[in-house]
Design a protein around this ligand. Structure first.
Ligand code: AMP
Ligand code: FES
Ligand code: ZN
Length: 300
């Protein structure tokens, strides 16, 4: 296999692009895809400070690596979920990366914010772990951005994550998540910062190849609660489609963003209020996170 750019020996094959690249040209391709995402969706400018949510995994550390190299003003945000050794190890990866790159990293403890680490929240609420965890992560990312004055939060969601989320929402025709599924969510309220996903054009295999070629030390293990998650099943199904017809995932997601999402966006216009307790945005009186904290408190 020859590199599409220089004709040298290729190391990474991208069937959906009908191309292969040598390591330096793959790295350039990867960075171009991030630039294209940032440009197309006007995610952020060089004058803005971007809060990059890092989990210690290949995607978010790879994203931070690209943004640092491109000269963006970035700060990392690690949310300590308190999930046993998994959290200790992922935090150490983020701290080591930040120290190596001389980049600032904020660490926020879920336990301090909600009253218990994620396994304790799960026991107190009997909600599926990933749902309480996802709610806490979204809330704390927004809160950290507001507290420290960042206008935008970037996450490492990749093409596979986005296609699987879309697939899940379509299976149940969940109009709200479909309206919100986007590589760039604007701020629709002064207490809601913009959320962007600059890796949405890159697959999980591509982010893994990038992290490997860049020598990024990331946590390989999945969260112990992820086993059996439906999102993993959806990823498997999409991978089988992709195997049979390269580009299927890409077409599925991009087609929705272009043709499907505008219709869902028009349908759903929810009124946003400020939570009576914490002041963050909610559709009700008390936000989901404050309700979660109440449940944890009652169970103790
Ligand atoms: P996940 O929901 O685990 O697939 O992660 C999706 C994205 O959310 C990651 O790429 C990160 O940007 C962000 N994220 C996940 N876990 C954390 C964490 N513990 N701290 C900060 N950001 C996180
Ligand atoms: Fe939240 Fe696994 S990372 S439950
Ligand atoms: Zn609240």
């Amino acid at each position: 296999m020859k590199c599409r750019k220089c004709g040298g020996l290729a190391a990474v094959e991208l069937r959906r692009h009908n191309a292969a690249f040598c390591p330096p040209d793959f790295i350039a391709f990867f960075r171009n895809q991030v630039s294209e995402a940032v440009r197309r969706h006007r995610m952020f400018t060089r004058e803005e400070s971007v809060l990059v949510a890092v989990s210690g995994g290949k995607d978010s550390l790879g994203l931070w690596d690209v943004l640092l190299d491109q000269g963006y003003m970035t700060t990392g945000l690690y949310l300590d979920l308190g999930i046993y050794d998994y959290s200790k190890e992922s935090r150490a990866k983020c701290e080591a990366f930040a120290a190596h790159r001389g980049a600032p990293l904020l660490v926020v403890s879920v336990e301090e914010a909600v009253g218990a680490p994620i396994p304790g929240v799960q026991a107190a609420t009997r909600r599926p772990t990933c749902s309480a965890c996802g709610l806490s992560k979204r809330y704390l990312m927004n809160k950290a951005a507001l507290d420290y004055g960042f206008p935008v939060v970037a996450t490492g969601h990749n093409l596979d994550d986005e296609a699987a989320a879309l697939f899940g929402s379509i299976l149940h025709w969940q109009a709200e998540p479909l309206a919100r599924q986007s590589p760039a969510l604007p701020s629709t309220h002064p207490k809601l910062v913009r959320r962007v996903k600059p890796l949405y054009r890159l697959s999980e295999l591509e982010t893994a190849a990038y992290a490997f070629l860049r020598g990024i030390d990331y946590i390989v293990e999945e969260c112990p609660f992820a086993k059996g998650a439906t999102s993993l099943m959806h990823k498997e199904i999409l991978n089988r489609l992709e195997e049979a017809s390269p580009g299927a995932k890409h077409n599925f997601l991009y087609g929705f963003l272009e043709k499907g999402r505008p219709a869902f966006e028009r349908m759903s216009a929810v009124a946003l209020n400020e939570c009576a307790r914490c002041g963050q945005v909610t559709t009700g009186t008390l936000c989901g996170f404050c309700k979660l904290a109440d449940q944890v408190k009652r169970s103790r």
